[in-house]
Design a protein around this ligand. Structure first.
Ligand code: C2O
Length: 530
């Protein structure tokens, strides 16, 4: 296998991606971070140097990390934060997966300040699909705030705040946009410059482009469309699907879609690429936000704004729902095995015991542990003199490993089992849930009450969609299934930055039978210092 080496230096700068100057975080001076591109089977070495005043970590979103759980990059779960002024080497092999992924800081809400980048894996298994397009392009979409996330968090988590999330001020495509400075009073305190521009997406006329859309934002869902051009969806998260043609793709936080676009329109004009931020997902309006985030599809390599490029007339999604799963049919069919275990996770927001508004999964709200739970699990497993099977009954299959009502809700699936999870949402907001280290099948979703008695009757388990991030509807539910075959501690969480910080995260401990044989590399051990 080829080894690919990348160096990423994380630092803080003053910059104005959309024209409004702020303190933000960048990788190698760039926003978004550098493209990481490898082939399936490659060994990937990423040396992350932390030049911040705080800790950091880097998570490879969607990667299995089979056998390298400690490279997953989740602070408090699989590692301590990388201390300021130090470097840390991520070292893993990309196996049995390919497609569109991304990477981001997994320390507090830090990625929201700019620590995001695309990660693409090519594979010979894509050969047939590859022949359906001529060019391959990555497009990063993100909501954008004019303040550091660490400055926004205290108000959000303050006592009595009814889960009113910080609202995006703007949105960026490829890390840039135009913001209308007249939205701010001159004495608002924001330094606004009129010289920032929308992204320009150069295309080759009469050619087919694969556009890999990645929503790297904190909160906002986008409806993506291109005037006069249809989108042929071929990939969702990293699963290739039977192509389906649509006008718009709704894309929630952390999701990825590849669309093939045939740029066969008149070359005498440019067209708008639209990423309309779905304000129906927000609890309130932000008056400075222009939700019509746009980039220029440039046929002629000119930067002239189109005068008569008109949006499709179909109504925008008002529900924050994913693209209908019935449209998503994996190209390589895999039918899930029957489930061995079933858990119900209830999602809600409540006033917590410290009079902060917190998010709960069952009765637990997450705060990162000062000793990564992976390290805790390894020492718990190695100190047990009992046989493996009796230690399982001690840990209990249907209960949590550590503290069922505390800050670490860990379900232990000690052996190879197939697990069903009902994500049951008692909140008025939709939540994009992500499972680390696995893909899950999306068995069913709906709104209202889930009925265990009849729920399984209508489920077609022949080749359901599989992905790593799905949106659970407001007051709705989703039933997902995964094979717990990947040893380690894996987060399942809402990917909205604010909700993760409010505690909407739980963990699975899987394959303790294998973990029991592990010795962690020395640098993943110990109590976190930052
Ligand atoms: Cu994109 Cu827990 O991660």
């Amino acid at each position: 296998p080829t080894t690919r080496i990348f160096n990423i230096t994380v630092s803080e700068i003053q910059a104005a991606p959309d024209g409004v100057m702020r303190t933000m975080l960048v990788m190698n001076g760039q926003f978004p971070g550098p493209l990481i591109r490898v082939n399936e089977g490659d060994r990937v070495l990423v040396n992350v140097t932390n030049q911040l005043k705080n800790g950091t970590s880097m998570h490879w979103h969607g990667f299995f990390q089979n056998g390298t759980n400690w490279m997953d990059g989740t602070a408090g779960i699989t590692q301590c934060p990388i201390p300021p002024g130090t470097s840390s080497l991520y070292n893993f092999t990309v196996e049995n997966q390919f497609g569109t992924y991304w990477y981001h800081s997994h320390f507090s809400s830090q990625y929201t300040d700019g620590l995001v980048g695309p990660f693409i894996v090519h594979s010979p298994s894509e050969a047939t699909v590859r022949s359906t397009y001529d060019y391959d392009q990555v497009i990063l979409l993100s909501d954008w705030y004019h303040d550091l996330s660490s400055a926004l968090l205290p108000a959000y988590l303050a006592s009595g705040n009814e889960n009113a999330e910080p609202l995006p001020d703007s949105g960026v495509i490829q890390g840039t946009n135009y913001f209308d400075c007249s939205s701010y009073d001159p004495d608002s305190g924001y330094i606004c410059q009129d010289n920032s521009t929308r992204a320009i997406l150069p295309i080759h006329p009469q050619k087919r482009h694969r556009l890999r859309l990645i929503n790297t934002g904190a909160f906002g869902e986008f409806d993506v469309s291109i005037d006069n051009h249809t989108l042929s969806v071929i990939e969702a998260d990293s699963t290739l699907i039977t192509p389906v043609t649509v006008h718009r793709v709704p894309i929630h936080i952390a999701q990825r879609y590849s669309v093939v676009v045939n740029f066969n329109q008149s070359t005498s004009t440019n067209y708008w690429f639209r990423a309309q931020m779905n304000e129906h997902c927000f609890s309130a309006d932000n008056p400075v936000l222009d939700p019509d985030v746009k980039a220029l599809i440039s046929y002629s390599n000119t930067t002239s704004e189109p005068t008569n490029s008109i949006d499709w007339t179909d109504v925008l999604d008002v529900t924050c729902q994913d693209l209908n799963t019935t449209l998503l049919v994996p190209l390589t069919p895999i039918s899930p095995p029957k489930n061995d275990l079933t858990y119900q996770l209830d999602i809600s927001f409540q006033i917590g015991s410290y009079a902060l508004d917190k998010a709960y999964i069952n009765s637990t709200t997450w705060t990162p542990s000062s000793t990564p739970t992976l390290n805790q699990a390894i020492s718990a497993l190695s100190s047990q003199n009992t046989t493996l099977s009796s230690s399982f009954s001690t840990l209990g299959l249907d209960t949590t490993l550590y503290s069922p009502s505390g800050s670490q809700f860990i379900l232990s699936i000690p052996t190879l089992q197939t697990v069903d999870i009902l994500l049951n949402n008692f909140d008025e907001g939709a939540h994009p849930f992500h499972l680390h280290g696995h893909q899950f099948w999306e068995l069913a979703s709906g709104t209202g009450n889930f009925d265990w008695g009849t729920a399984y009757q209508g489920i077609d388990t022949r080749n359901p969609m599989r992905r790593d991030t799905l949106t659970v509807d407001a007051y709705g539910w989703s039933l997902i299934r995964f094979v717990a075959d990947n040893p380690g501690l894996w987060a399942l969480h809402c990917h909205i930055s604010w909700h993760m910080e409010a505690g909407l995260l739980m963990q699975f401990q899987t394959r303790a039978d294998i973990m029991k044989t592990w010795t962690l590399p020395a640098d993943v051990k110990g109590l976190c210092s930052t």
